[in-house]
Design a protein around this ligand. Sequence first.
Ligand SMILES: Cc1ncc(COP(=O)(O)O)c(C=O)c1O
Length: 400
Amino acid sequence: MGKKEHGFETKVIHGGYDSKDFLGSLTTPLFQTSTFTFDSAEQGENRFAGTEDGYVYSRLGNPTVRALEDRIAQLEGGEAGLAFGSGMAAVSAVLIGLTKANDHILCSRGVYGCTFGLLSMMEDKYNITTSFSTMNTEDEIRKLIRPETSCIYVETPINPTMELIDLEMVAKVAKDYGIPVVVDNTFATPYLQKPLELGCDLVLHSATKYIGGHGDVVAGLLIGKQDIIQQLAMTTQKDIGGIISPFDAWLLLRGLKTLPVRMDRHCANAEKVVTRLKDHGLVSSVYYPGDAQHEDYEIMKKQMKQGGGLISFEIKGGKEEAQAFLNHLSFIKKAVSLGDAESLIQHPATMTHSVVPEEIREKMGITNSLIRLSVGLEAWEDIWEDLYQALNQVTQSKTI
Ligand SMILES: Cc1ncc(COP(=O)(O)O)c(C=O)c1O
């Protein structure tokens, strides 16, 4: 009988690391070094030629970083991983790596603001055009695919509208045309959603968020098949150079160990807050994929374990009311980023998605009254109490 594969909760702690290889050190040692020495000139030559294994220079590989890359690859069910100095370094490495001048990208209707900014820049500079699509049906996707489409890029759940895309369906259509599907899995994490198992080709993360989980690292991760990851490692990672520092990789390895425990708590807190938000008179809509009334609830049941820790909601009024609400909060922090122990709240139209022109923002569903809440690990009663008193203060000022 073959050896049983470890569960996710075991892999987040042990995956990709064997203490026997590191003098018995329980935790992965921090190799805070820029370069590695060679025993002889010939060894240096062989390492550069790739005929001998071993480290050369930390932009090309580092043992602490390698442990992180191996662990995230195991967690996503991929063959190999690559770590970057930010989520955007991972996004740009993959988008630049998969395209050439005059190509076309098919992208989910909503994406993180800086990803949108990068796509606009690629169009301006290299005539790489992007079509945005809700990707609701196979037909819609097929209609938008062109001979020069070289990549399908999907965020799900979408930041910040919390719409979902059926990854299995997108992957199936893409296979017919041989186009790679890239999924930004930042909001769900591999604990809740595994795009590679659904047939997608590459997964990336802003590891700044739930993977790190403690608000102290900016980092990115990319996972996929060995050949494509190796190709990106030797091109857009090595030559553009957006690598992670060994210390940040070490922090991510530490954060990852508690990912399942944290995610369960984020999700449980979010569910409690959602039911209460829906009942408040100032709240006109709540978007949470774990809510049975969410329009993509069936997709969530199909591809996600739980609804996640992010909630978006609209309050009656516009930008003025949204900002007043944020200003009335007491301990919930007004900050972009998400996935931290602390609850974080932001106004996408004027913050994370302010780079997206207003008419496109409206099409993406990012109205001036939309608020995004990253539900933290605090007592849910305290989170709700803070939201409730701030909502009530706005309600009172409106009726006076
Ligand atoms: C969904 C998503 N993808 C990518 C990024 C970019 O990641 P980073 O800020 O780590 O560069 C973000 C940042 O907020 C994000 O929310």
